[in-house]
Design a protein around this ligand. Structure first.
Ligand code: KG4
Ligand code: ZN
Length: 360
């Protein structure tokens, strides 16, 4: 068997500066410097602030990852870097850093699509066999992909406007809960009645796997205002009921659209059927449990990487780089940053973009 490749990964496409060292399926080190505090006052990621912070932190992040792995640059086989999609200033910072390291060491350089990093994570963590069905669901992405190889993706559908994580964050703001909104809404909703408020399930009656979440945010605003007008404020129980009802609406949409995506995937008669989820929203226990239940009823394995590898990180970039390198792909110093870079070149362009910037 070939010796597993040792790859340094670099990620800076949004608001996390990350570097990692991966050898085969082992994550030797994964360092993430988040920027949440830097953007907290602005209600979203400020591209210029993000780019500057990436440029300042990348060198240290790479040094930290190498030292945590107990390795030197000379021990590496390649350098993989996110070359898009994402916020252009941040992606450029990462690409420049990787090019510098490649030029200095002579190591192969490989530009990785950030979404491919997420999509290949179930192979890094669970060695899932191709082809599998993937749902990427976070604050910036929401799409179904059939993953048939490190460079073979078929996009079955996705959000036409906001990503669900964005809707969770907005809902938390509407209800006076803390950020990030997903965990806050999940916790608040624990004691709530998911049928207390009749919220829309957008696009559920339309055929296909596309989704829409922006109308749900407006519906939440109206539902809250109606309670405030009637009672003069929100009680804890109102917060719980609104949170539970919102979460049920998102879960209903994700489950029904996953059912449709699974029907398309299972018609391919995969030898080892598997559905995998990744992204911050995949942490939600209600959503996770309902998707698991759906898969169990369809004799399909369910894979959910640990949260630290579901959210933005560089281990996924290093791993994707290793798979691409094994296919013989590599870049040279002309590698450029691509703010938009769809995984499935044949799919119609996505209309929406998340709060963290256009992703694909
Ligand atoms: O993948 P991620 O860390 O970053 C990107 O958006 O790329 O995802 C963050 C998003 C946030 O919108 C956050 O509110 C949401 O994931 N999230 C959750 C939960 N934990 C994080 N949403 C629902 N339930 C959760 N438990
Ligand atoms: Zn991401």
């Amino acid at each position: 068997m070939a010796r597993p490749l040792t790859v340094l990964g670099i990620e800076s496409s949004c608001d996390d500066t990350a570097a990692a060292v991966v050898r085969g399926h082992d994550v030797l080190a994964s360092v993430v410097y988040g920027q949440t505090a830097l953007h907290a006052d602005f209600g979203g990621v400020v591209p210029e602030v993000a780019a500057r912070a990436h440029a300042e932190k990348l060198d240290h992040c790479v040094e930290d990852a190498l030292s945590a792995a107990g390795l030197h640059l000379a021990d590496l086989d390649a350098i993989a870097v996110t070359a898009g999609p994402g916020l252009i200033g941040g992606v450029l910072s990462g690409v420049m850093c990787a090019k510098g390291l490649a030029a200095a060491t002579g190591l192969p350089l490989i530009g990785v699509n950030h979404l491919a990093g997420h999509a290949l994570t179930p192979r890094l963590t669970d060695q899932v066999a191709y082809p599998y069905l993937m749902l990427l669901v976070s604050g910036g992405h929401c799409q179904f992909l059939i993953v048939a190889g490190p460079d073979k993706y078929c996009r079955l559908g996705g959000t036409i406007d906001d990503a669900p994580g964005e809707a969770f964050d907005k809902t938390a703001r509407i209800l006076g809960l803390s950020q990030p909104g997903g965990p806050a809404v999940e916790t608040a909703g624990t004691g709530g009645d998911p049928r207390a408020f009749d919220l829309p399930r957008p696009l559920l009656n339309q055929p296909g796997c596309d989704m829409s979440f922006s109308g749900l945010k407006t519906a939440m605003l109206r539902a809250r205002d109606a309670v405030v007008t009637a009672k003069g404020g929100l009680t804890r129980q109102d917060q719980a009921d609104l949170s539970a009802s919102f979460q049920a609406a998102i879960a209903d949409v994700l489950v029904e659209k996953t059912r449709r995506a699974l029907a398309i995937y299972l018609a391919m008669k995969p030898a080892h059927p598997c559905f995998a989820i990744a992204g911050g929203v995949a942490a939600n226990q209600v959503i996770r449990a309902r998707l698991m239940q759906l898969c169990a009823g369809l004799d399909t394995d369910f894979a959910a990487p640990p949260l630290a590898l579901c959210t933005d990180n560089a281990a996924m970039i290093a791993y994707a780089g290793a798979e691409l390198l094994a296919l013989g792909q590599r870049d040279d110093l002309t590698l450029s940053a691509r703010p938009r870079w769809p995984l499935d070149k044949t799919a119609a362009p996505m209309l929406g973009s998340g709060k963290k910037g256009a992703k694909a």
